[in-house]
Each structure stands twice: as C-alpha cells, then as structure tokens.
Design a protein around this ligand. Structure first.
Ligand SMILES: Cc1cc2nc3c(=O)[nH]c(=O)nc-3n(C[C@H](O)[C@H](O)[C@H](O)COP(=O)(O)O)c2cc1C
Length: 186
C-alpha cells in the first residue's frame, strides 16, 4: 500500500452514535455524541469527549451523573436534531420520554433500546474537550433487544457515525477471540 500523510485530526474509522443525557437545572437534556467508548472493565466505565461549551456539560457538573443512551436507526432524525440544537437555545426535554433509574438525576431516554446510567468518575481536560469518564451504575435494556440476556446489535440497530454521515450495521464477519485461530503465516 502506498501511504500519504493527511495531517493530524480527531479521526477514528467508525464511532458509535450515542445520546448523552443530563439534567440541566432540573430538566432532561440530550446531546448527540460520537466520541464515546468503553474506558474500563472493573469497575465498568465508559467515557465520552464533550466540548467545554456544551449545555449538557453544565448538567454533568451539576449532578455528577449522566447517561449514554443508544438510539436505534429508526430515531436517526431525533438523534441528529439533538446534535444540531443546543438545550441552551431550545428545550430538548420532549424529544424523548425520560425515566430515571438508580441515580435519580441521570435522565434515560425511553425510546432508546439501551440506557447506560453513569456516576461521574473523572473529567480529563484535553483542550477543547473534556474526556468525561463515568462509572456504570446500571444498564437498562429493552427486553426485545436481548439475546441470552445480552444486548444484541442485530436487534438494537445502532447508528454508526463516520465522516459526517450515519450508517447502519454491516454483517457479522467472524467470531471474535476465535477467528484468529485460523491464522497461518504466509
Ligand atoms: C453526529 C454528531 C456527533 C457529535 N459528537 C459530539 C461529541 O462527541 N462531543 C461533543 O462535545 N459534541 C458532539 N456533537 C455536537 C453536539 O451534539 C451539539 O453541539 C449539541 O447541540 C450540544 O447540545 P447541548 O448544548 O444541549 O449540550 C455531535 C453532533 C453530531 C450531529
């Protein structure tokens, strides 16, 4: 392969599209985020990079709780709306029906098949963005999206983000932690 340099930028091939939920001044607010992933196994943690200016960030700092909600492809319009409109300008409370779990102050979006409730663990100041790390207090999942008690992406239909566009899921290629056993040195 012939390589060319394309410059430093915040790039990753594919990213999950999530909705970060936080109560701001007592009202549920949801913000779209693509810069999110798992941060730790034990204790279970996730993280999301949030710009310091975001209205959502004020709510996370206020309550020390937040949620990551996994929207389905059927809610791509609502999801994008939460990413182009700020709660500081427009009340986003009614876009999703909110419920509360263990933490009481992290709003969870009913329409999203998986909701991850988080207690704020740490924020790391990286520059424009804070890397917000949350310890998972509970995961709420729609029964219809589980297979053998575990979230099943073929039922969740998550929204994949890449290069300013949303994509659906592709086909399973191989089984992880197992396909590598077929490797033969060439
Ligand atoms: C697809 C998509 C992904 C986004 N990812 C992030 C992200 O990871 N971090 C971030 O700070 N903002 C991200 N944004 C921008 C915020 O969602 C947007 O500024 C939003 O209006 C903030 O809402 P709030 O002010 O109510 O918190 C993204 C927007 C879109 C459309």
């Amino acid at each position: 392969m012939e390589k060319v340099t394309i410059g430093p930028m915040p790039y990753m091939t594919v990213m999950p599209t999530v909705l970060v939920g936080a109560n701001v001044k007592g009202k549920a607010n949801y913000m779209t985020a693509a810069w999110s992933t798992v941060a730790c196994m034990a204790p279970p943690m996730v993280c999301v990079a949030i710009n310091k200016q975001r209205y959502t960030m004020a709510g996370i700092e206020e309550n020390k709780t937040f949620s990551l909600n996994i929207p389905s492809a059927s809610h791509v319009i609502e999801t994008d709306y939460c990413g182009i409109v700020s709660g500081s300008q427009k009340d986003k409370t009614g876009i999703f029906r909110s419920f509360y779990g263990k933490l009481k102050t992290a709003p969870l979006a009913e329409e999203c098949p998986v909701n991850i409730e988080c207690r704020l663990f740490k924020t790391v100041d990286c520059g424009s963005h804070l890397l917000v790390v949350g310890e998972i207090a509970e995961i709420h999942a729609d029964k219809s999206c589980l297979t053998d008690g575990k979230p099943d992406i073929t039922k969740i239909h998550p929204i994949v983000y890449s290069q300013a566009a949303y994509f659906g899921m592709g086909k399973e290629l191989e089984k992880a932690f197992s396909a590598g056993k077929k490797y033969q040195a060439r």
